[in-house]
Design a protein around this ligand. Sequence first.
Ligand code: F0G
Length: 482
Amino acid sequence: MSQIKFYQGESLPLEMHKVRIVQKLNLIPVEQRLKAISEAGSNTFLLRNRDVFLDMLTDSGVNAMSDRQIAAMMEADDSYAGSETFYKLEAKIKEIFGKEYFLPAHQGRACEHIISKVFVKNGSVIPMNYHFTTTKSHITLCGGRVEEVYADVALEASSKHPFKGNIDIDKLTDLIKKHGPENVPFVRMEAGTNLIGGQPFSMENMRQVRDICDKYGILLVLDASLLADNLYFIKVREESCRDMSIREITRAMADLSDIIYFSARKLGCARGGGIATSSPELADKMRELLPLYEGFLTYGGMSVREMEALAIGLEETMDEEMINQGPLFIAHMVQELEKRGIPVVTPPGGLGCHVNAMEFVDHIPQEQYPAGALAAALYIAGGIRGMERGTLSEQRDENGNETLANMELLRLALPRRVFTLSQVMYAVDRIAWLYENRKLIGGLSFVEEPKVLRFFFGKLVPVDDWQIKLAAKFRQDFGDSL
Ligand code: F0G
């Protein structure tokens, strides 16, 4: 069962949990929002949380925990070495993924650091369905190169294709032949492909990739950070998997992977991460780096409390009624935005709703970061904090030229079990107002530009006084309402 049907009218996504702990929210007036975004260098990462009404920056580390997770945290066995909590988590990983060896790490990028250090050499080529920011940076720092072998449909913002995260098998084969399998240490498949709008790949595609990996003797690495969404989409969109349970789908995907790694800030609704494999040789190689960069083998930089919460969170991920929440709320938000003619990524994916800034503000050139400008504008319009996923999230090339992103997206993440339907509808309303007034939105330019991962802490300014004009128009239209 994927959605509860209503007797009257269209079905709405229904919260399959009740709220038992709350956090007071604060919506500051538009004049203060204008000041806050200006002080933040028009970068939503640099806003202070107290100035944010709806924090849709990310689903990372901000998912609501269950009562069972919080209860488990009280039982954590704190010790530097040999913690019982670790063995509990290791057993859960083995039960769910069938992998013997588990290396905990402090978060997803820490896993990428270790995997890159062990397997990526100067000149290595790493094929993947799509890069993620931190993945690409770690591979590049180790002298390797990321090659994306997505199917062409991946970049069509508006589509009906159920699996835009699939790898194009012909492109993958050609790439391996071109560079030689000896230069391709692994193929990476990212579940719920983040930067193209949380789009899944299919089980069938993963099987095909596995066959190619077997043929050429190449490892298959699964980035399972957004696995929960991908599992749900396989269950409801892939005919041949309809009768499989979430647990069976998980196991089938794990069996196709040599190495699984994940950010537990997303998967399992806790904080931390880890790498799992069944191969003693692969585990040995990676294990050496764990005490050096993360922590001793039985905590790897994670708090034992989070490890307890993760063990429960992984178990809860096997529940379709839990993992359908994100996708159903996102689908509703996408549908409401589409009704209002607002360009969004379709089909709806996981993680969040992705507004297509390339169309929304088609008068802003990519060099002026349209998606970043839209993120700043939405904060002014509603105190809603989204994240730019476009050219700003790319890095300049060796010659200092901009790498123009394939897509310019404003991501509005829906952390799991956090927002109610009326909060989602408030966001839809403010986006609709912004769309009416889109011509008021202008571009951004850098005043402080870090070389690596510049989107995190770079500072920008509006190219003219458009933010002031936008705030004034808001005041004019909304009167003394916030
Ligand atoms: N892989 C994917 C697919 C991710 O989405 C992320 C993080 C990571 C790896 C790195 O994990 O943050 O625990 O170090 N994505 C976050 C986001 C940052 O907001 O999308 P991490």
